[in-house]
Design a protein around this ligand. Structure first.
Ligand SMILES: C[S@@+](CC[C@H](N)C(=O)[O-])C[C@H]1O[C@@H](n2cnc3c(N)ncnc32)[C@H](O)[C@@H]1O
Length: 195
């Protein structure tokens, strides 16, 4: 059992990500497989969505259970190929040249002192025309006192994307109920493309 098991169970019951679908459309319809990376792949639902759309996927997570579930959920009959990497974001090996990098609810879990290096790896790995899609936690997030997590304001995100074209930057802030009480959920959804 990992602390993520309940989250993985929940995501395995969900349908495809609309945010990722939009990014896939932006990156272009595929006649041949192209390279994608899924950072913090969890149960592998988005890796599966990418492979069903014809992408080869490198799925990265630091939880062995995430890698096991991703391999199971991505087995059989998909157009793309899966490679996995068990690694912390904080010491990630070089990423392959990629046309799409997805990080769903994952990058906030990178330690703040390592975030800049991780983001630079993302930017460096993207091919011209390549798309990044993912989430960030905002400064009003209820977990913002947790010093091991990374939070970004809209201005921070725009600065991180200075050399990119921002296709979508959407802010949500809602109060959610968790087993330990109400939590302010402050999130940014980002889709950005390398010129
Ligand atoms: C909230 S889950 C999101 C999973 C998946 N992307 C989704 O949206 O369903 C965050 C994932 O990031 C992974 N993770 C958290 N911190 C990490 C780190 N420092 N390095 C690598 N993976 C990490 C967790 O194991 C977990 O699978």
């Amino acid at each position: 059992m990992t602390s993520w098991d309940a989250f993985y169970d929940e995501t395995e019951r969900q349908g495809p990500s609309l945010l990722l679908a939009r990014a896939i459309n932006l990156a272009g319809n595929l006649s041949v497989a192209r390279q994608a990376v899924d950072l913090g792949c969890g149960a592998g639902k988005e890796a599966q969505q990418l492979m069903q759309s014809g992408w080869d996927v490198l799925a990265v997570d630091n939880e062995p259970e995430a890698i096991t579930r991703t391999i199971a959920n991505c087995s059989g009959g998909h157009a793309g190929m899966l490679t996995t990497c068990l690694s912390d974001f904080e010491c990630l090996p070089a990423l392959p040249r990629s046309n799409l990098i997805h990080a769903g609810l994952a990058l906030p879990f990178c330690r703040p002192k390592s975030f800049k290096q991780l983001w630079n790896q993302v930017l460096h790995a993207l091919e011209p025309g390549g798309v990044f899609v993912g989430h960030f936690f905002g400064p009003q997030h209820g977990w913002s006192t947790f010093t091991h997590l990374t939070f970004h304001s809209e201005l921070d995100i725009r600065r991180m994307c200075e050399e990119m074209e921002v296709n979508l930057l959407r802010e949500t802030q809602i109060m959610i109920q968790t087993p330990s009480g109400p939590l302010n959920w402050h999130r940014f959804d980002l889709i950005t493309q390398k010129p």
